[in-house]
Design a protein around this ligand. Structure first.
Ligand code: ATP
Ligand code: MG
Length: 440
């Protein structure tokens, strides 16, 4: 009966009321006829999507035990956009314990049983299977008070954030699209499901998710949704900075990031006050010239004089030490000369961040091309030219053997490295020892 209702709904969506009659006619007969009808229906109306086998076997297994199962969310969105799929999320009518029971012969992980998620490892690949859910009241603008499992796919889709994220698919029904997600994908629009004010009040992270999906997919944001983003932005202060950082990285790495920054600047200034006093004209020009790399783009933002303590901001945003070094070094050396081989060798000596990334940053920051510097850098790497103590053909032990002690060892090694960089001596032991004599 469920299937029957589902199909009725589906046929209505396909604007084929006459087919509903045909369907009802078939229903009167045996299940064999019904099967035939489904087959026909699938051939005529359903785009068959390519779902990898490690996923489809899990879906079939759940079906075999009488449960529904759909691929949902990002995967369907990506397939319709002809983009590579990150991961396949499954949603099912089976309760978590039932899912575990069905897959008792598989390796399963209790990823978030409370939220209905079980991870099943299929052909060595982990797949998250989540029970149909509807969310109850939300507390603290982020987490629902309790999770209520449901047996209907439509309710599960209704609790999702945007229409483009609520499409689901299984082979039997094809794509189910309760909230016109397909149309929004075609029109390139991010639109909340339901009342955007309510949806953002429930979970403030959705405010940033809307902007980051618009950036990643190069979509625009529906007017009503956009207005709600700006009106409810303050609730973002309830969201943890780790989640904000994650979304901001995806936002900065997106194709459509630049045109979104200015219109939504007030959203960003909820967690980065300095955004209020940025020189936008200059920043946007720089960002337009930058690569799609969140570290470079965030470094360009933080290069604005509005940000007086870059490291402090990066720490507050909970970046890893590696990222703090990468981003803050780009900014620290933003005015360093980089036109000659010596300039670049000296920079390589001091910097530990990715130099190609730094040059990309410099091109955007200075609004110029540094093609020559790229060539010089490449030849330095190809020739294994020396710019670090590690590469120097003389080391601490040699210096001790030569009679140096204490601080003198590193002092003279450093002078030797500078001499090699400036091509005052070749980087071989004999020549380096001879050079040492001349500076003593
Ligand atoms: P990505 O490519 O970034 O992984 P995605 O669409 O898979 O994109 P996820 O964050 O992995 O996004 O979430 C999976 C799905 O779960 C979403 O497509 C959406 O349907 C739902 N979802 C995730 N976060 C929320 C949220 N905060 N509120 C409502 N629904 C959400
Ligand atoms: Mg995902």
């Amino acid at each position: 009966i469920l299937l029957y209702v589902e199909f009725q709904h589906h046929l209505k969506q396909a604007f084929c009321p006459q087919l509903i009659d045909v369907y009802q006619y078939f229903v009167q007969f045996s299940s064999e006829y019904l099967h035939l009808f489904h087959l026909f229906y699938r051939i005529i109306f359903h785009m068959k999507l390519e779902i990898p086998e490690y996923v489809s076997i899990l879906m079939k297994e759940l079906n075999k035990h009488g449960y529904e199962c759909f691929v949902v969310g990002g995967a369907i969105r990506s397939i319709l956009l002809n983009k590579p799929v990150n991961d396949y999320d499954l949603t099912t009518s089976a309760l978590p314990e039932e899912t575990k029971q069905v897959f008792h012969a598989y390796h399963t992980i209790d990823t978030g049983l409370k939220h209905g998620t079980v991870t099943v490892v299929s052909k060595h690949i982990p797949v998250e299977i989540t029970t149909y859910r509807k969310d109850a009241e939300y507390k603290d603008h982020r987490h629902p008070d309790e999770v209520i499992f449901t047996r209907t796919i439509k309710e599960d889709c209704a609790r999702r954030d945007f229409t483009i994220n609520a499409l689901c698919y299984c082979e039997e029904t094809g794509i189910l699209d309760f909230f016109n997600g397909k149309e929004d994908i075609e029109k390139k629009i991010v639109r909340c499901i339901g009342n955007p004010y309510q949806r953002f009040e429930e979970d403030a992270l959705r405010i940033l998710r809307a902007i980051r999906f618009a950036s990643q997919l190069n979509f625009s944001i529906d007017d009503h949704t956009s207005k709600a983003i700006l009106d409810t932005k303050e609730t973002l202060s309830y969201v943890s900075i780790e989640r904000i950082q994650e979304e901001m990285n995806k936002f900065f790495a997106g194709e459509g990031c630049v045109p979104l920054l200015y219109p939504y600047r007030k959203v960003f200034s909820v967690f980065l006050k300095e955004m209020d006093s940025v020189n936008w004209e200059q920043l946007i020009q720089r960002l337009q010239n930058s690569k799609q790399d969140y570290r470079i783009r965030f470094a360009l933002v933080l290069s604005d004089p509005a940000f007086s303590d870059v490291k402090h901001t990066l720490k507050y945003m909970k970046y890893s030490n590696k990222e703090i070094t990468a981003i803050s070094q780009m900014i620290k050396y933003r005015n360093a000369p980089i036109s000659t081989k010596t300039d670049i060798l000296y920079l390589l000596k001091d910097m530990s961040c990715d130099f190609m990334q730094y040059l990309n940053y410099r091109e955007a920051y200075d609004l110029t091309s540094y093609e020559q510097s790229f060539h010089i850098y490449q030849s330095i790497i190809q020739n294994n030219d020396c710019y670090s103590l590690k590469q120097l053909q003389i080391n601490g032990k040699d210096m001790i053997a030569l009679g140096y002690t204490g601080k003198d060892i590193s002092l003279y090694l450093n002078q030797l490295l500078n001499a090699v960089i400036e091509e005052k001596t070749a980087n071989n032991k004999e020549k380096l020892i001879a050079y040492l004599q001349t500076i003593n």
